[in-house]
Design a protein around this ligand. Structure first.
Ligand code: AGP
Length: 594
């Protein structure tokens, strides 16, 4: 999960690469580096700094513009956060310079086999690649030296390589880690891990498939496989919503994306409505109807959306469904039914744990549906089908609008599989409206200040609100670093209640009439032990003393409304602590390593 950007073309490569790296910092931001061709001295210069891209920009202030540059912003996997481990890495003679996103699993083996006598300059797996290319360049042309190296690599990589002997070319290669080639009618070829970094410099782009090798020049790009046979790429237009993915009037992407949720719901209704009727592609639905059990596989927030999806599929369509953590499923397949149907849920469409899960089931030749926010992503392309959640680019590492969008699409899918008696369009429209009502009058800043003064906290709920409690807890801990547990309200008394002490914040999520009384009893149990309790509920279930009351919506989508105060709680808790909200420590937006 690093970000890489390259550009060859007009004399603005430095600016394009630095701007692109800034947009990709959400993928990793512990160090950054860039190499550019300095025509004044006719050589490539390499600059590396620990910290954010802004540190790198300072180091580059005095350098001239260039027509060729490659850059990298790192999320450390192999080797500590140091300048030596930052990319770009350079081959022994300095001829080859490269940046890499991914993990080379056999780097030690290749080192011992090919360059055992060489003292590496870094602790990274990446440096090995540069030395291998140089080793093979003594007997092959540069493109053959590169593909010969690629065929030896095991693991994942998106690579940009510069050969000083051909300074107006960038070689690009992709296997498992995302990489896109940006093309422009006015000239210039850009390369990046995410289309966001191409916006403004490319009119069209090619999301590379695995085993792609590309020779990028200022006025063209040539696409090959690893046998150096030409391949014909799929070309997409850089859409307007990608061009508009800026913070606008908001201080943080996370707040912008929380506020966007009502319009995301409406966008989804519009997307899936055909002649006034909500529907899903018949082929997807009929294939699903032939299955006897649905396996939902996801990670993090997407898995929490999958938990809601399980309830929707079982409640509306009567199809049994189960939810699995992707990193577990990939290596411990459950006992599968005779006609399984698999659903992968992933905002980025690039999560390595899901790709590993997909690989683990491909031999079954059963249908796989990817529900994602990036229609050109690897997991959208590699599945049998995909459904777009239409949330627009989600930049903040903490996922908010994608969660609501994924669950909404799962509700629509469950509806499409049902007898159609559920008023799905009205339910989602009312949800969007009541989201707006809450967002216009919320005071979660003061609640965060009042309640979140401890190092730990709990969200509790029953049934569908237990699913929500898990998501609320993840959001709070990942950006405020408060140790938070999402807990089944009825389960607390079986041990964990021992953690409750004076002032422990406990947030109760209540949106289901038939569990209202029980959850409130569980809240009394913690209150009696000194907890500071906060009730988040719907108006029809509320009491005078409740803290956050939201206008009623259908119970199935209530978690998608109650999630808003919990998202804002996390936002304000992090803001009050002065933490980086959009780029929390240790995290990355797209986890492309296992
Ligand atoms: C969510 O706030 C987290 N950043 C993380 O749990 C995320 O949901 C998870 O890594 C899955 O990502 P994906 O949806 O892109 O597969």
């Amino acid at each position: 999960m690093c970000g890489i950007v390259g550009y060859v073309g007009k004399n603005q490569a430095k600016e394009i690469v630095l701007n692109g790296l800034t947009k990709l910092e959400y993928r990793g931001y512990d160090s950054a580096g860039l190499s550019l061709f300095d025509s004044k001295v006719n050589r490539f210069e390499v600059f590396k700094e620990t910290g954010r891209v802004t540190e790198l920009k300072k180091a580059l202030e005095m350098t001239l513009e260039s027509s060729v540059a490659i850059g990298h912003t790192r999320w450390a996997t192999h080797g500590k956060v140091t300048r030596e481990n930052a990319h770009p890495h350079v081959s022994r003679s300095g001829r080859f310079i490269l940046v890499h996103n991914g993990v080379i699993e056999n780097s030690d083996v290749l080192y011992q086999q090919y360059i055992p006598d060489y003292d590496l300059k870094s602790e990274t797996d990446t440096e090995i690649i540069a030395h291998l290319i140089e080793t093979f360049s003594k007997q092959f042309t540069v493109d053959n030296a590169i593909v010969t190296t690629l065929k030896l690599l095991e693991g994942s990589y998106a690579l940009l390589v510069i050969d000083k002997e051909t300074p107006d070319i960038i070689y690009a290669a992709k296997h498992k880690s995302p990489l896109l080639i940006g093309l422009s009618e006015s000239g210039g070829t850009a390369i990046a891990s995410d289309v966001l970094a191409l916006a403004g410099y490319s009119d069209h782009y090619v999301p590379l498939t695995d085993h792609s090798f590309v020779v990028c020049e200022k006025d063209k790009a040539r696409f090959f496989n690893f046998e150096l046979e030409n391949i014909k790429p799929d070309i997409y237009e850089v859409s307007s919503d990608i061009l508009n993915s800026d913070k606008g009037l908001f201080d943080h992407y996370m707040l912008k994306e929380i506020e966007e949720q009502p319009s995301v719901i409406r966008q989804i209704i519009q997307t899936y409505e055909v002649n006034g009727v909500i529907e899903v592609d018949d082929v997807i639905v009929s294939d699903m109807k032939k299955s006897d059990r649905i396996y939902i596989i996801a990670a993090g927030t997407s898995m929490h959306a999958g938990m809601l999806g399980k309830r929707y599929l079982e409640r509306l369509a009567g199809i049994p469904a189960e939810v699995h953590i992707a990193s577990e499923f990939a290596y411990h397949l459950p006992l599968l039914s005779s006609k399984p149907y698999f659903i992968l849920i992933t905002q980025s469409g690039e999560t390595a744990d899901l790709r590993a899960s997909l690989k683990a089931i491909e031999h079954l030749k059963r249908p796989v549906l990817t529900i994602t926010n990036v229609k050109t992503s690897t997991l959208a392309r590699e599945a049998t089908y995909f459904l777009d959640v239409k949330a627009g680019p989600e930049i903040a590492v903490a996922s908010t609008k994608a969660y609501v969008a994924q669950a909404s699409v799962l509700l629509i899918l469950a509806y499409a599989l049902s007898n159609k008696s559920y008023p799905v369009k009205e339910v989602l429209s009312k949800l969007a409206n009541n989201m707006e009502v809450f967002l216009a009058n919320q005071s979660m800043d003061s609640i965060a200040k009042d309640f979140l003064d401890k190092r730990h906290a709990f969200f509790i709920g029953r049934g569908i609100n237990y699913d929500l409690a898990l998501e609320a807890a993840l959001k709070l801990k990942e950006i405020s670093y408060i140790q938070t547990e999402g807990f089944a309200a009825g389960e607390l008394k079986h041990g964990t209640i021992a953690l409750i002490e004076e002032g422990t914040p406990v947030f109760a999520l209540i949106s289901d009439a038939h569990m209202n009384h029980q959850t409130r009893s569980n809240l009394k149990e913690v209150d009696a032990r000194g907890a500071k309790t906060c009730v988040i509920t719907l108006r029809s279930l509320s009491k005078e003393t409740d803290d956050v009351i939201l206008e009623d919506v259908d119970p199935l989508v209530a978690p998608l409304l109650l999630v808003l105060p919990t998202q804002l709680l996390s936002y304000y808790a992090a803001l009050q602590r002065g933490f980086d909200i959009d780029k929390p420590r240790n995290l990355a937006k797209s986890v492309t390593v296992e």
